[in-house]
Design a binder for this molecule. Structure first.
Ligand code: F3S
Length: 387
């Protein structure tokens, strides 16, 4: 692989242990993937920062990088941690606050922006053609499919390494010739109604890069579909007609398929008819626009009845901006957690049913919590918790 003189010096340790370690990770990965060179990135997004995911070995690694002088060389944001940063949630377990604080302190002192969200494009929407190194599968898919910026599906350590060096390997989706849609998927209007289930279906059934036709949602529903497809499959990029910038990809179809409502039924689960319900919205985190929709609904309906609970997960900044509204929701029994989510943290209590609009949440939580689930539209989630 060709390395510039600066990159060679980084690799040889002239910028310190942390940068050398980071550069070695990038070069090694690039060599395995056949990259001929590195490229400069404009934004790194580091996932795998939750203590309940990385535990003590991960904490020690991050701490060591910081203590040995590792510093962000590009704009870098971080994914949710395992604690509720508003301190108001009674559903998110606070037992790991101290461990998470050690991780957070190291990351912040390395110069990473403490956004604690899986929608980093809310803070800095990427421009078409930018090289990114993002480490949150749902956000990566949005960067590629919606913004036409390019990121490979980096693991947490690779995104961290890119943050400390400012480079990533030139391979995969960074190369325009690799962004070719091979399967044209015509989405029936009946299937568009449930983006979470549609995403789970795509992840499980389509291996190549698909081009979706007939699916033209707002960003909020698109991110739900992309998160689900990245969870049940390995999609980092799905071309969506009329949404993905046309110059970003080519189409060379080998196959055409159609997806309709009956294909999605197996992903939807059963509507609860008794027992306690956890309604969950915010996987990926709620954008302010979605937060306000839910806020208006709850304001109209008032206090949550019975044993059901509603959990919303939002970026820390949305909590800071709309603190009054969060407090109002709390007063009506709605649990709002900032900078975290139930997949990367632990819940304080058990429920009989999970009702959500998120295919990604169903994918992980149905196994983690061993819970019945119902995957439906946002409005239906709200109606069920208020039933
Ligand atoms: Fe975000 Fe947690 Fe879902 S990190 S994408 S809310 S699993």
């Amino acid at each position: 692989m060709f390395l510039t003189r600066e990159q060679e010096r980084m690799l040889n340790g002239e910028y310190g242990w942390a940068v050398a370690k980071a550069m070695a990770i990038i070069v090694k990965t690039g060599e395995v993937l056949g990259a001929s060179r590195l490229v400069e990135i404009s934004h790194a997004h580091v996932s795998g920062v939750s203590y309940t995911n990385i535990l003590d070995p991960g904490l020690d690694f991050v701490r060591r990088l910081f203590l040995s002088g590792g510093r962000a060389r590009v704009y870098t944001t971080i994914n949710p941690g395992c604690v509720d940063y508003s301190g108001l949630s009674s559903l998110i377990d606070g037992s790991f606050n101290e461990k998470q604080a050690v991780i957070d302190e190291s990351l912040i002192r390395m110069g990473f922006k403490p956004v604690f969200t899986c929608i980093p494009y809310y803070h800095r929407p990427p421009s078409q053609g930018e090289f990114l190194a993002w480490g949150e599968s749902s956000a990566i898919a949005v960067a590629n499919s919606y913004y036409g910026a390019s990121s490979n599906r980096e693991g947490g350590p690779l995104a961290l390494a890119a943050a400390l060096t400012g480079y990533t390997y030139y391979a995969g989706l960074h190369i325009p010739e690799n962004r070719v849609a091979r399967v044209v998927v015509r989405v029936d209007p009946s299937a568009s109604r449930n983006p979470g289930a549609l995403g789970l279906w795509i992840g499980e059934n389509i291996r190549e890069i698909p081009l979706l036709k007939g699916f033209n949602p707002p960003l909020w529903d698109l991110k739900i579909m992309l998160a689900a497809s990245a969870a049940s499959g390995s999609h980092a990029f799905i071309a969506v007609e009329k949404i993905t910038p046309r110059g970003f990809y080519k189409v060379d179809p080998l196959e055409k398929v159609e997806v309709e409502w009956r294909d999605l039924e197996k992903y939807i689960g059963l509507e609860p008819s008794g027992g306690s319900v956890l309604g969950y919205l915010g996987c990926p985190h709620l954008h302010p626009w979605e937060f306000h929709l839910v806020y208006e609904y709850v304001k109209r309906r008032g206090r949550l009845p019975g044993r059901n609970r509603l959990l919303l997960t939002i970026p820390l900044e949305v909590y800071e901006r709309y603190r009054d509204k969060v407090l109002y929701l709390r007063s009506l029994g709605v649990d709002v957690a900032a900078g975290t989510c139930p997949v990367v943290s632990r819940l304080t209590r058990r429920f009989d049913h999970l009702v959500t609009n998120s295919g990604k949440a169903v994918f992980y939580l149905s196994k983690q919590l061993k819970i019945n689930y119902y995957l439906t539209e946002t409005r239906r989630v709200l109606e069920i918790v208020y039933a």
